[in-house]
Design a protein around this ligand. Structure first.
Ligand SMILES: [Zn+2]
Ligand SMILES: [Zn+2]
Length: 385
């Protein structure tokens, strides 16, 4: 799964960096209505915009996350997991920002099935060498958990939630959307769709039935992972929302870990191949040589053929990176870089002068399938054609 490019959250919500919390909220509400799929039937781009707005609002609508984003940009939010809106249904997003829309979707219950919690998304960095064998990374994140004091219903121990007077316990009301542009049956704004309201709130969770809990887990990053790919850790997301299942019974969401592979000065990765430059002397290129280089997993012998040219590629089979699925390793591709000394010793000068007397370079040779052909081959081999 390729990573979507990251857009500036202020641009997404069409607000100034100095906008107040209230302005951000207003702009989000306006854009969410504009891009709401009900109003843009069959328009996939509208849904993408709708979700991008929700993602931006989750950050800019939260003081702490907004401060991190202002200081460090998207990088400031790494390790601070957010909801994975791209995998969410529109009605789920509506119900998340219940307070803004005045009551939203189906309380996290899809088509009458089992209640399912939200997915979370976080990011990790691994080095290129870790791609060889795979690795484990500790990921720490905060997620909503069922409050242990009230067992999730939000009511003070000894008291019980009561039937919601607004919807008489049905959990749904018929609503006309903002501006009268669409009509829908939505979750009751008073009880959020659960059909019950808490009069005497649990102190531990302030009546939410859910508390934020920090969690640390080890995530296995498989060998062969590519930059931007996602490792899905099943069941490490959030429990179902209180309105869908107050005790949290049902299915937890997943944790999506976006893996960033940092670049390595020594190698250029081309799918499963690793390309590296190797300097050789003019004499080695002319006469041929065996040269040892450090591959990603220890030294290898590179056979330089007599008459090698600048930019020639020597392929060493099976010393690249493994394929994610088959684990079959790609190649190490060594690019020969012929080194011309800036200074020569007296002895070398004598030898080279001797040699020069015997050498005849035909300048026309450089046009005959020489330089330009070489450039083309190089480009083709790098793009895998
Ligand atoms: Zn509680
Ligand atoms: Zn209600």
């Amino acid at each position: 799964m390729p990573m979507a490019e990251q857009r500036c959250y202020y641009e997404v919500l069409a607000v100034e960096r100095t906008a107040s919390g209230e302005e951000i909220k207003r702009s989000y509400r306006r854009l969410a209505m504009k891009w709401h799929p009900d109003r843009n039937p069959g328009d996939a781009q509208a849904e993408i915009e709708f979700k991008a707005c929700a993602e931006a609002y989750e950050v800019l609508g939260d003081e702490e996350k907004r401060r991190l984003y202002d200081q460090h940009g998207h990088a400031g939010l790494r390790g601070n997991p957010h909801h994975d809106f791209r995998s969410m249904h529109v009605e789920e997003i509506f119900s998340m920002f219940n307070d803004i829309f005045g009551g939203g979707g189906g309380g996290g219950r899809r088509g009458g099935g089992v209640a399912r919690g939200f997915d979370l998304q976080t990011e990790v960095e691994v080095k290129l060498v870790d791609v060889l064998k795979g690795c484990k990374r500790e990921v720490s994140f905060a997620r909503a958990e069922v409050c242990g004091t009230c067992q999730g219903d939000g009511a003070k121990p000894g008291s019980k939630p009561v039937t919601c007077p607004t919807c008489q316990g049905r959990g749904q009301v018929q609503q006309t959307g903002l501006g009268g542009m669409f009509r829908m049956v939505t979750a009751c704004p008073n009880c959020g769709g659960g059909g019950k309201v808490v009069t005497d709130k649990c102190v531990a969770c302030r009546g939410n039935g859910r508390v934020r809990v920090n969690r640390k887990i080890d995530v296995s990053i498989p060998a062969g992972i590519q930059d931007g790919q996602v490792v899905r850790v099943q069941g490490e997301g959030e429990p179902p929302r209180r309105e869908a299942s107050s005790s949290g019974a049902g299915v937890r969401g997943d944790l999506h870990v976006v893996v960033h592979v940092t670049s390595d000065d020594r190698f250029e990765r081309q799918e499963d191949d690793l390309i590296m430059p190797m300097a050789i002397g003019f004499a080695q290129a002319a006469l041929g040589a065996t040269v040892e280089v450090e591959s990603i997993d220890g030294p290898v012998q590179v056979q330089v053929k007599a008459g090698s040219q600048q930019g020639d590629l020597v392929r060493i089979s099976g010393r690249g990176l493994p394929d994610l699925r088959t684990k079959h390793r790609g190649d190490l591709v060594v690019m020969l870089m012929i080194h011309v000394p800036k200074k020569v010793t007296e002895r070398q000068r004598q030898l080279l002068e001797e040699y020069a007397k015997t050498e005849k370079v035909d300048v026309r040779k450089s046009h005959e399938g020489g330089f330009w052909q070489k450039m083309k081959e190089l480009k083709d081999s790098l793009t895998g054609n």
